[in-house]
Design a protein around this ligand. Structure first.
Ligand code: SF4
Length: 365
């Protein structure tokens, strides 16, 4: 990190100025950039975490149409919030945002706090969200660090700290804080992220178009491909699952996932992992007995789906089953229900379930 000698970034002023000029000419006119409303900016930043801009745009527009202000979000039923978030993934973001909106209404008179400590105390607000929302909405001099920012700085200053481990965060944060334009943090933060998204791209940085190439160490040494450094991760486990679409007359059983768990608050068809040497059919019958206390028989196999989560992948065999006997035993009356296929669309489901719901509807309706 030769440019960071004595902990001071050389040419910081020129880098800031070049970056700002480039951003003002080249930024994408995204819907949230037309707004100074802190709630709108907060919605966009919650959605943009781990998610591509193009995916977020329609979700952002639908969300604001349905919940135009923080009071509307706070008053909403969590299930309606999850339904609008359906397909966007990382559902804890939606649950936390809903909780945070309720706290803003009950503790801050419906006004998004512009104080970092107060904002950080809200559910789902970490360092990134606090810096992004408060800098963009309130011009607070807080530097953001996300994947784009780390990639730009890793190449620009040849920072070898792996970008995919949490221990490196403070290294990139210190660089971002040093370089931040305290007079215009909103533009500076968005400019670094935009440069990472449009020019300093993950696979092939477009250095010929980059406003920072003059100061970029890895570009000058012709080894931008060595940065950012990533630590090798253990291979992602793969699980074989079995899922039962259990019919009682014209209704099917769906269960709600516990709120504190992954995909919490979403609905799903009961399912689980196969045990060693167990067939998918046997697993389906066992899982229905264990999870919902029902005896069932398999009528047919609906399909097989594959799905990748962040930390594991699944292959799931989906079976159409018929109820033989038993009463559902779950934790409470609101965590399961028997529904007709035509009403399934009212419930928020994870993407893995959507991968077979359309075939289920086509075959059975
Ligand atoms: S010159 Fe190339 S590697 Fe360096 S910051 Fe610009 S796009 Fe990234």
């Amino acid at each position: 990190m030769e440019v960071l000698k004595n902990k001071k970034i050389q040419n910081a002023e020129q880098i800031r100025s070049a970056l700002t000029k480039w951003y003002n000419k080249n930024y994408r006119k995204l819907p949230w950039r037309a707004s100074n409303n802190p709630y709108h900016i907060w919605v966009s930043e919650m959605m943009l975490q781990q998610t591509q801009v193009n995916t977020v745009i329609p979700y952002y527009q639908r969300f604001l149409k349905r919940f135009p202000d923080i009071q509307a979000l706070a008053a909403a039923d969590l299930q309606d919030v999850l339904k609008l978030w359906e397909g966007l993934g990382y559902y804890s973001r939606a649950r936390n945002f809903h909780k945070a909106a309720q706290a803003v209404v009950s503790e801050h008179r419906g006004i998004v706090p512009d104080d970092r400590e107060m904002f950080l105390a809200l559910s789902g607000v970490g360092d990134y969200i606090a810096a992004a929302v408060l800098s963009i909405a309130f011009d607070r001099p807080l530097a953001v660090v996300d994947g784009n920012v780390k990639r730009v700085f890793a190449r620009l200053f040849e920072i070898a700290a792996p970008v995919n481990i949490s221990a490196s965060y403070k290294i990139y944060k210190a660089v971002a804080n040093d370089l931040l334009d305290a007079d215009d943090p909103a533009t500076f933060n968005q400019a670094v992220m935009e440069l990472g998204a449009l020019v300093c791209k993950p696979a092939k940085p477009d250095c010929a178009m980059c406003p920072l190439s003059k100061w970029c160490v890895s570009f000058k040494k012709n080894h931008t491909d060595r940065y950012p450094v990533k630590q090798k991760k253990a291979p992602i486990p793969h699980h074989h699952m079995s899922v039962g679409v259990l019919f009682k007359g014209d209704k099917v059983l769906i269960v709600r996932r516990p709120e504190e768990k992954m995909l919490g608050g979403l609905w799903e068809f009961p399912g689980g992992r196969l045990q060693a040497k167990e067939s998918a059919e046997d697993a389906c019958i066992r899982i229905l007995k264990e999870k919902v206390n029902l005896n069932a028989t398999i009528e047919s196999k609906l399909t097989r789906i594959r799905h990748a989560y962040t930390h594991f992948k699944i292959t799931a065999d989906i079976f159409i089953c018929t109820l033989i006997s038993g009463r559902v035993r779950r934790n409470g009356p609101t965590d399961h229900c028997w529904v007709t296929l035509s009403t399934l669309e009212r419930y928020p489901f994870p993407t893995s379930n959507h991968k077979f719901i359309s075939k289920l509807m086509k075959d059975r309706m």
